[in-house]
Design a protein around this ligand. Sequence first.
Ligand SMILES: Cc1cc2nc3c(=O)[nH]c(=O)nc-3n(C[C@H](O)[C@H](O)[C@H](O)COP(=O)(O)OP(=O)(O)OC[C@H]3O[C@@H](n4cnc5c(N)ncnc54)[C@H](O)[C@@H]3O)c2cc1C
Length: 281
Amino acid sequence: MGRYNYYKPLSLDDALALHDKIPGALFIAGGTDVMVKIVNGDIEPSALISLRSIPELSGIKENGSTRIGSMTTISELIEHPKLHKRYPVLIEAARRHSGPQIRNVATIGGNLCNCSPCADTATPLLVLDAKVRLRSIEGSREIPIEEFFKGPGETCLSSSEILTDILLDPPQREARAVFMKKGRVHMDLATASVAVLLEMEKNTCRRARLAAGSVAPVPLRLSQVEELLEGNIISSELLDRAREISSETVSPITDIRATEEYRRRIVGIYVRRGIERLLKK
Ligand SMILES: Cc1cc2nc3c(=O)[nH]c(=O)nc-3n(C[C@H](O)[C@H](O)[C@H](O)COP(=O)(O)OP(=O)(O)OC[C@H]3O[C@@H](n4cnc5c(N)ncnc54)[C@H](O)[C@@H]3O)c2cc1C
């Protein structure tokens, strides 16, 4: 591994100005993805710009809606006194992210910006209809998280933009949600993962949000399953169809973790199981 100039700016403006001045510099948050890629020789940035000492990127604020600073670590999410009540599905996913040592440094922003299809915080944020706020020298913009992911390792961030915040609407009282992850062993990256959110009115599904991880080039909303469920009574036949559609509409690959066929099967099973679990809550 080579030697790198390492900068630790104290404000967002300084970080953006530095990045503008140093071609090929890379932002680094917890470094749990960046350092692995550097050590493996996958990337060779000209310098590293740490986001750790920038106060604007830290903290969780609640004011009806919720704003999570991108430098919030996965452990901070789990330990926050209110988040587990407001957005239990996000905390369930955070608890399944890696192990304690990694969670203490890995950030939610890094998890999203790394844009791996298996990012554990992506699917809960998709079903919660989260937005992300991005900042560059030109100004800031907000986009739905669904538009953030473009391809494996590719987001809609330009290289000179920083993800500053994750924004969540106040939780709907009727909404219930669940996260499920299949790994080969405990603390493994997901072979497949699914998040399901339902709003029910008696037996009828008023709103459905489903998302799947590790089964397509990006974390994915399962829109066809959402359409199938919304406005309908959830019968056993509908559950079978939801399972089939989920398996059919994803586009997984075979790799060292699992085969394409296995991933399709798991996602279908988890969709069905997730809905059933929520109906029992
Ligand atoms: C042993 C191990 C186990 C792991 N297990 C899991 C797991 O179970 N689930 C899982 O989802 N992941 C897992 N990971 C992957 C990794 O820990 C996560 O993706 C983590 O959340 C990344 O956060 P970070 O702060 O370390 O990001 P970094 O490595 O610092 O950055 C990742 C990428 O995002 C960019 N970036 C970071 N923050 C910003 C920002 N605010 N604005 C713009 N760009 C930014 C960086 O330039 C870089 O390209 C694991 C990694 C290791 C090493």
